[in-house]
Design a protein around this ligand. Structure first.
Ligand code: PLP
Length: 721
C-alpha cells in the first residue's frame, strides 16, 4: 500500500480528531523512524513521551515475543505472574503500597479520582472536591477533561461532572484559597506536559503536601508524562522529595504497549474493595511484561542518569541555537528529557513543519512552545545530529522569513458558499490572494461533506471543444453534489464561432443556464464568451491556463504537506497552460516556484513576468533551471505534465528529444526535501515525463490530486453560484 493510499484511507474513514504530520512510519529503531523510502527521522516525540527505551529494543522485543508465545490475555478474574511481579516492582520502586492497573493515562486518573472521592465521602459527606491546576492535562475522558484546566478540551462536551475546582499553577496562595474541608484531593502534574512544560517549584509541591495533610485530603500526582525516568529520576516528584498519596502512570511505563497504573500509599491504598473498579484488559500478561522490560532496561542501561546528562546537553545546544536564531528560539525549560522551548515569534508550528522536512520529529504544545520528549536512550551524537537538522530548518525558515510572505492567510480562513457570486474564473489572476486561500478553505469544507445542495435547481453547461475525462466527470459530479444539474455540449454540438458567433452563443446560454464551464483552445474565445455572458464563466482549460487544476493541486499540497506557506513547488517539463496557472497561484498562496525545462519551452514571457511580479508582492521566489536535478533539490513538491499537450501532436518527436533529460525519476524525487511529494495532473505517459516507480512509489500523490479536482471545482462552483 502506498503512503498516498494510507493517507487517503485515513482521511476518508478515520474520524478527524488528529492533525497528523505528513509522515508514514514503516519501521523504527533506537531514536530513528523510517518512512517507506528509507529516509530516517530522529524521533523527539517518542510517540508522545511513550517510547522510553527507544524503538525495537532487543530486550523489549525478546520479552514480549516470549510472552506472546505463552499467553496474551487472561482477564482479571485469574492470576498472572507478570502482573503480580509488576505490582511488586512498582510498589518497591516508588514506596507506594498498592497498584491498580489500567490501559491509559486517562484511565489511571479516573481511578485516582474515584478513589479520592470514595475516601473523601467516607470521611465526611460532601468531601468530594478535586482541586487541580489551570493549563493542566489529565486525559480525554469526561472526568479527566473536566479535571484538566484547559476549557478547549472540555467545553464542547458539557454537561460536565461537577466538583472540580481550578487554580493557577505554581501559585501557593491560589492553592491555599481553594483547598478546604470539602477537598477530597489536590491533583497536580509535577511538570505540566501538554500545557507547555511548566515546572512546578519545589516550594509549591511542599506547600501542596502540607495543605493536603492539613485538610485530610489526598495529594495526587499525575506522573503519566513525568514518570518512568522522563525527567532523569524514576518519578518526577523525586526532584522535590514530596511524596504523593496517589501517583498515576502510563506513557513511558509500557514503552509503546498500552499500560497505565494508579499507585496509592497508606489509607488511600485500601479504599477500593472488590467490585469498586475494574478494567478488562488492564495488567494483562503482555502489558505487564512490556512494563517489566522497560523497567529492566532503564535499570540495566543507566537511563535515568542518561536522561539527566543528555537533557542538560540538549538544553545547552538549544541555548546556542537561541543565540543564532533569537526570533525563533528562546529559553528552554524542563528536566531530563522533558524539554519545552520558547518560540518568541509564535511560529512553533512552522518550526515543527520545517524540522520534519529536515528529518526531526517533535511537536508544538502551542504557537509559542516546542516540546521535545525523545527516547531516554538518546546519545550525545543523536543530540548533535538532531540539532544540526533543527538548525537547517531554522536557516530555511529565517531565510524565507515566513512572516515576510505577505498576504499569507492562515488555514483558519472562514468562508461561506456564494462568497464570489457571479464572478468568472478565466485565469488565476481573476482571484485575489485572499480569495485563492478562501477557495482552498472552502474546498476543505466541501471535502468534509459540509457543502452540499447549495445550488439546488441551478443548471450548469459544459461547453467542451477538447477531450476530457477528469474535468468533465468532476464538473458534472460537482454540480450534482451541489444539487444543480449539468449538461455536456461537445465539440460538434455547438460549432462555436463557426455555426454561430461566440457572442451569440454566450448571449443565448446566459438566458438558459446559471454557469458556463468552457474548455477551448483559444483564450480569445473564452474571453468573448465571458464578455457576452452575465453568468459566471469558468475556464476548464484553454491554451493559456488551467486554473481549476491548479486549485486541486495546491489543495493536495496542503493536505499532504500541512501549511504550505514557504514551501517550494518545482515543476519539471513544458511551460504549458498547467505550468502557467501553477506559477501564478504559487505566489498568491505564499509558495516558492521553480521550473526546469529546456530552452524554447519556457513559459509565456508575459505570464512569467506577471508571476514574478506577484512573487515580489507576496515575498516568494520564482526560479528557472535548465537542469532538473538542480530544480528538484530540497523541493517539497515535484510536479510534471505531458511533454506534448493537446493540439501539439505534430511536434511530438521534436519534444520527445528536447525533454529527454527531464523525466521525473526516483533519483530526482530523492533530491527533494524529506517527505517531498510527486504530482502529475494526468493523463501520464509513464517512462516519458514520469517514471513508473515515481507514479507508484511512496512520493506519489497523483490520484489524491485527481480526486481533488472534484472537491476544488465543487468549491469554485459553490463560491460563484
Ligand atoms: N496525564 C498527563 C499528564 C498526560 O500528559 C496525558 C497524555 O498526554 C494523560 C494524562 C492522558 O494519557 P492517555 O492519553 O494515555 O489517556
Amino acid at each position: 500500500m502506498t503512503t498516498e493510499t494510507v493517507m487517503d484511507l485515513d482521511h476518508k474513514y478515520a474520524m478527524t480528531t488528529y492533525k497528523r504530520n505528513p509522515l508514514e512510519v514503516v519501521r523504527a529503531e533506537g531514536v530513528r523512524l523510517y518512512d517507506p523510502t528509507g529516509r530516517d527521522v530522529i524521533d523527539f516525540l517518542a510517540g508522545v513521551a511513550v517510547c522510553a527505551v527507544g524503538h525495537s529494543h532487543p530486550t523489549y522485543i525478546a520479552a514480549l515475543t516470549e510472552q506472546l508465545h505463552r499467553v496474551v490475555h487472561v482477564s482479571n478474574l485469574v492470576y498472572n505472574a507478570p502482573a503480580a511481579k509488576l505490582a511488586e516492582r512498582l510498589c518497591t520502586l516508588s514506596g507506594m503500597d498498592r497498584v491498580f492497573f489500567t490501559n491509559s493515562g486517562a484511565e489511571a486518573n479516573e481511578a485516582a479520582i474515584k478513589l479520592a472521592r470514595k475516601r473523601g465521602t467516607a470521611i465526611a459527606a460532601g468531601k468530594t472536591k478535586i482541586v487541580s491546576a489551570l493549563a493542566s492535562f489529565h486525559g480525554r475522558t469526561i472526568a479527566t477533561v473536566t479535571a484538566g484546566g484547559q476549557p478547549k478540551y472540555s467545553e464542547p462536551f458539557g454537561p460536565l461532572p461537577g466538583g472540580f475546582v481550578h487554580v493557577a499553577f505554581d501559585d501557593c496562595d491560589a492553592l491555599s484559597a481553594a483547598v478546604n474541608e470539602h477537598t477530597a484531593a489536590i491533583f497536580l502534574e509535577p511538570i505540566q506536559g501538554e500545557g507547555g512544560i511548566n515546572v512546578a517549584s519545589d516550594a509549591y509541591l511542599i506547600h501542596a503536601r502540607a495543605l493536603a495533610d492539613a485538610h485530610n485530603a489526598l495529594l495526587i500526582f499525575d506522573e503519566v508524562q513525568t514518570g518512568v525516568g522522563r525527567t532523569g529520576t524514576l518519578w518526577g516528584w523525586q526532584h522535590s522529595g514530596v511524596k504523593p498519596d496517589v501517583m498515576t502512570l502510563a506513557k513511558g511505563l509500557g514503552g509503546g504497549f498500552p499500560v497505565g497504573a494508579c499507585l496509592a500509599f497508606g489509607d488511600a491504598a485500601r479504599v477500593f474493595v472488590p467490585g469498586d473498579h475494574g478494567s478488562t484488559y488492564a495488567g494483562n500478561p503482555m502489558a505487564a511484561t512490556a512494563a517489566l522490560a522497560v523497567l529492566d532496561i532503564i535499570g540495566a542501561e543507566g537511563l535515568l542518569a542518561n536522561a539527566h546528562i543528555i537533557g542538560v546537553l540538549l538544553q545547552e545546544r538549544i541555548a546556542h541555537l537561541a543565540l543564532e536564531f533569537p526570533e525563533w528560539i528562546g529559553a528552554s525549560r524542563g528536566r531530563g528529557l522533558m524539554i519545552g522551548v520558547n518560540v518568541p515569534n509564535g511560529n512553533a508550528r512552522e518550526i515543527v513543519g520545517a524540522a520534519l522536512s529536515n528529518g526531526l520529529l517533535m511537536n508544538a504544545t502551542s504557537e509559542n512552545t516546542l516540546r521535545m520528549v525523545p527516547p531516554l536512550v538518546l546519545t550525545e551524537s543523536d543530540v548533535c545530529d538532531a540539532m544540526d537538522r533543527l538548525k537547517a530548518a531554522l536557516q530555511q525558515l529565517s531565510g524565507i522569513s515566513i512572516t515576510a510572505i505577505r498576504g499569507a492567510v492562515s488555514s483558519t480562513v472562514s468562508v461561506e458558499p456564494g462568497f464570489l457570486a457571479g464572478r468568472d474564473l478565466l485565469g488565476i489572476d481573476d482571484f485575489s490572494s485572499r480569495e485563492c486561500h478562501q477557495i482552498l478553505a472552502l474546498a476543505k469544507r466541501v471535502k468534509a461533506g459540509e457543502i452540499t445542495n447549495t445550488a439546488t435547481g441551478k443548471v450548469g453547461a459544459l461547453l467542451f471543444e477538447k477531450p476530457s475525462l477528469r474535468t468533465k466527470v468532476s464538473f458534472l459530479g460537482a454540480l450534482a453534489k451541489l444539487g444543480a444539474s449539468g449538461m455536456y455540449l461537445g465539440k460538434d454540438e455547438v460549432g462555436l464561432g463557426k455555426r454561430e458567433s461566440v457572442e451569440d452563443v454566450g448571449r443565448v446560454l446566459t438566458r438558459m443556464v446559471d454557469v458556463l464551464i468552457v474548455r477551448t483552445f483559444d483564450p480569445v474565445i473564452l474571453k468573448g464568451l465571458a464578455d457576452s455572458c452575465t453568468i459566471p464563466v469558468i475556464n476548464a482549460l484553454d491554451d493559456a491556463e488551467h486554473p481549476c487544476q491548479a486549485f486541486a493541486d495546491f489543495l493536495t499540497m496542503q493536505e499532504h504537506l500541512g501549511d504550505i506557506t514557504g514551501k517550494t513547488l518545482t515543476y519539471i517539463g513544458d511551460g504549458n497552460n498547467v505550468a502557467a496557472s501553477l506559477m501564478l497561484l504559487a505566489p498568491k498562496l505564499g509558495v516558492h516556484f521553480r521550473i526546469a525545462c529546456p530552452d524554447g519551452y519556457l513559459p509565456d514571457p508575459q505570464v512569467w513576468a506577471r508571476a514574478c511580479e506577484l512573487a515580489t508582492e507576496h515575498g516568494t521566489n520564482m526560479e528557472r533551471f535548465s537542469v532538473s536535478s538542480e530544480a528538484a533539490a530540497g523541493a517539497d513538491a515535484i510536479y510534471t505534465d505531458v511533454w506534448t499537450s493537446m493540439g501539439q501532436e505534430e511536434e511530438h518527436a521534436r519534444r520527445m528529444a528536447a525533454f529527454a533529460d527531464y523525466t521525473v525519476t526516483a533519483e530526482i524525487m530523492r533530491l527533494g526535501a524529506p517527505g517531498a511529494i510527486a504530482l502529475h495532473c494526468l493523463p501520464a505517459h509513464r517512462g516519458d515525463e514520469i517514471a513508473d516507480d515515481v507514479m507508484e512509489g511512496p512520493w506519489s500523490r497523483v490520484f489524491a490530486q485527481a480526486e481533488n479536482r472534484l472537491h476544488a471545482q465543487q468549491a469554485i462552483l459553490a463560491a460563484v453560484l
